[in-house]
Write a protein that binds this ligand. Structure first.
Ligand SMILES: Cc1cc2nc3c(=O)[nH]c(=O)nc-3n(C[C@H](O)[C@H](O)[C@H](O)COP(=O)(O)O)c2cc1C
Length: 304
């Protein structure tokens, strides 16, 4: 029986289970096209808000061991200016998911409606950025607010809505349950883990914003644990994210319960080849193990 690399997540057809994570190379139509050319099965844009935003003062990224701590502050050109990039990305050939953030549940709905008319295929709600005031994780730590954000977005658009969850809570499962109950089509787990870096010579925090979010290999096991816990509690698909740099990491997420995976920091660290390497590695491994597609391997770590 031959292996089929395609996956369906939240009604979106992916040629393979790899996706570009929000915030890395996702700010222009041309770079999104390059990511697709490199083999990604879907792309997520940088998070967009209603108004343009400059973001935090430098430095906004610090390298720590094999990971990154970033506090970009959600810099983006605002929704109106992004229309040009969406036109540029037209015919991209894979699902184009636009990440959005707002300062209230109604803002998410307004943004999704505008972007839906501008050509977005689906939305990922950023309710999980660990360092933005009055949005991101400030919204995403309260299940009732998450539910309201999802409800207002679902009322505004008929396209798939994915909710990106924060790991910076005691119980990520109740956030996933709230998202599902409010009508979300999928969840992404996880965004970055709240962190900071101090320069011991000066004794001062390195990042302009002091506090940021850790990404890359150091957070993989946290992400895998979150996906494993969520899988037991919800029926909607889970997209695994956090520290994936090779096919083994991706397979681990699938075995924990992820139907697809996102790659962020590894793109910056290793280049665009990572998509094809991971997609081909998943396919080679799963077919060798006798699986006919990714779906058959989702959640195998739960089997007794
Ligand atoms: C520089 C940088 C910018 C990011 N910007 C966003 C963003 O705009 N929206 C969002 O939801 N996540 C953002 N993230 C989080 C990533 O999408 C991802 O959830 C996180 O980095 C974990 O995955 P990774 O270890 O593969 O990078 C950003 C991460 C980095 C490193």
């Amino acid at each position: 029986m031959s292996y089929d690399p395609e996956v369906e997540v939240a009604g979106l057809e992916l040629t393979n289970p790899t996706m570009l994570a929000a915030g890395i190379l996702g700010m222009s139509g041309l770079t999104l096209k390059r990511v697709v050319g490199a083999g990604a099965g879907a792309v997520v844009t940088k998070s967009l808000g209603l108004e343009p935003r400059i973001g935090y003062s430098n430095p906004t990224v610090a390298q720590v061991g094999c990971g990154l701590v970033n506090a970009m502050g959600l810099p983006n050109p605002g929704v109106e200016h992004f229309g040009y990039e969406l036109e540029e990305a037209e015919g991209i050939g894979v699902p184009l998911i636009v990440s959005i953030y707002g300062f209230s549940p109604s803002e998410y709905g307004i943004l999704a409606k505008k972007l839906s008319e501008m050509g977005a295929d689906a939305f990922e709600l950023n309710v999980s950025c660990p360092h933005a005031e009055k949005t991101g994780a400030e919204i995403g730590q309260d299940p009732r607010v998450v539910a309201e954000v999802v409800r207002q977005t679902k009322e505004s658009v008929e396209k798939p809505v994915i909710v990106k969850l924060t790991p910076n809570v005691a119980n990520i499962v109740e956030l996933a349950e709230a998202a599902e109950d409010a009508g979300a089509d999928a969840v992404t787990a996880i965004n970055t883990v709240k962190a900071m870096v101090i320069d011991v010579e000066t004794g001062k925090p390195v990042l302009g914003n002091r506090i940021g979010g850790l990404s890359g290999p150091p957070i993989k096991s946290i992400g895998v644990r979150c996906v494993f816990e969520i899988f037991d509690a919800v029926k909607i698909p889970i997209i695994g994210c956090g520290g994936i740099g090779g096919w083994r990491d991706a397979v681990e997420y699938v075995q924990a319960g992820a139907s697809a995976i996102q790659i962020g920091t590894a793109v910056a660290a290793r280049g665009l080849n990572v998509f094809r390497e991971v997609a081909e590695g998943i396919e080679a491994f799963l077919s060798k193990k006798g699986f006919r597609n990714v779906k058959e391997a989702v959640g195998v770590a739960h089997r007794k």
